[in-house]
Design a protein around this ligand. Structure first.
Ligand SMILES: Nc1ncnc2c1ncn2[C@@H]1O[C@H](COP(=O)(O)OP(=O)(O)OP(=O)(O)O)[C@@H](O)[C@H]1O
Length: 351
């Protein structure tokens, strides 16, 4: 068994290095720790899929990458952003105005439900112009770029720019938001459930567009979802969140076909095949932990069929087993997991 403190996860050119990042909220009933000492490296140009159940901390992770945790949450630790050119930036040491500049210009974010990101009284064109203007970009050049982006996303530029958000379908709104997020040519796109409100067909077509645009523009994409089948066909690497921390990280194919953590395997087993619509996925047994009182030792032990006294007593470090260190899981028993939690997926592949 290879225990490793190597939390680079084999990433050779990190655009983000996240170390010991935690988010806490002081609540009446105690401190709620909704991100728990997270270490993660993100490779420049990759698509990192972040998956986990509802409430596992996915949105907190997304917000942390922009130092945009909602008040009164407290974000601590180190988040180093290494742009392609220029000096590395310690995100948590930037002033509010410096962070505002980095957001959209370097790191853009697309959330679920485009409607909440658009002002209903402004046309899409007004939004584009305002974004360019606020960031001091040349509006004419920027609008030209905006038109190109809309075309690349199979939208009719003039029609969309002159429309109010409610005049567009959900899929068109989400693509217009995607174009707006790329208007200032960011290096990183953080997407938090960007397709959740759309029907399956539209989700698939937007995923294809995200993949194409990411490749063309050397974008680094962090794609956050509770929908494993959706991200399985998109991500280069997967990070699986459970109880506010990553429990497994690795190349997407390795995680999908040879997952090392019993939680990931339960998640995969709740997905009959990776092309199944979400309606057919089964929830996994047990309840996810309350962030005010996460279990001692391995946080998954109350739900884990493999757990023993050791799991109650000691929080496992990341382990690579006999495999490469780019695929690791936080479990004491990664060498036994194949037998203890067999995968029942009929079809697992990452196209
Ligand atoms: N403003 C807040 N104050 C206190 N706790 C919060 C706040 N926002 C979220 N949380 C808690 O933080 C934890 C993680 O939430 P987060 O939204 O990151 O989960 P998630 O995995 O994105 O879930 P979902 O898939 O449902 O969006 C949850 O327990 C949630 O209740």
């Amino acid at each position: 068994m290879q225990t490793t403190n190597d939390v680079t996860f084999g990433v050779t050119d990190p655009i983000f290095e996240i170390r010991n990042a935690s988010v806490t909220f002081d609540m009446e009933r105690g401190t709620s720790r909704v991100m728990d000492s997270v270490d993660m490296n993100i490779q420049r140009g990759e698509i990192l899929g972040v998956v986990g159940e509802s409430g596992s901390g996915k949105s907190m992770f997304a917000s942390a990458l922009l130092d945009a945790i909602p008040d009164p949450g407290q974000l601590s630790g180190e988040i180093t952003f290494r742009p392609e050119s220029g000096e590395e930036i310690e995100l948590l040491q930037q002033s509010e105005s410096e962070i505002k500049q980095i957001r959209w210009e370097e790191i853009a974010m697309v959330f679920q439900g485009a409607m909440s990101s658009f002002n209903p009284t402004m046309t899409i064109g007004d939004h584009f112009e305002e974004t360019l203007d606020v960031h001091g970009y040349d509006v004419d050049d920027g609008m030209e770029r905006g038109r190109d982006l809309l075309s690349e996303l199979y939208l009719e530029p003039e029609q969309v720019l002159h429309s109010y958000p409610h005049e567009l379908s959900g899929g068109m709104q989400q693509r217009a938001l995607l174009a707006m997020s790329l208007l200032l040519d960011p290096e990183v796109l953080v997407m938090d459930e960007p397709t959740a409100a759309l029907d399956l067909l539209m989700q698939r077509s937007i995923i294809e567009l995200i993949r194409k645009i990411g490749q063309q523009r050397d974008l680094t994409i962090v794609f956050i979802t509770h929908d494993l089948p959706l991200v399985a066909n998109l991500a280069d690497r997967l990070g699986v969140l459970y109880a506010f921390e990553f429990v497994e990280v690795g190349p997407a194919n390795d995680v999908l076909t040879g997952s090392k953590h019993p939680y990931t395997r339960a998640l995969l087993n709740s997905t009959p095949n990776l092309h199944t619509p979400r309606e057919e996925m089964r929830p996994i047994e047990g309840k996810s932990p309350d962030p005010v009182s996460v279990p001692d030792g391995c946080t998954y032990h109350p739900r884990c069929p493999m757990s023993d006294d050791n799991c109650v007593a000691a929080d496992p470090p990341f382990q690579a087993g006999s495999g490469a260190t780019d695929h690791q899981a936080k479990c004491h028993y990664i060498d036994d997991v194949n037998e203890a939690v067999p995968l029942n997926l009929r079809e697992v592949h990452n196209e």
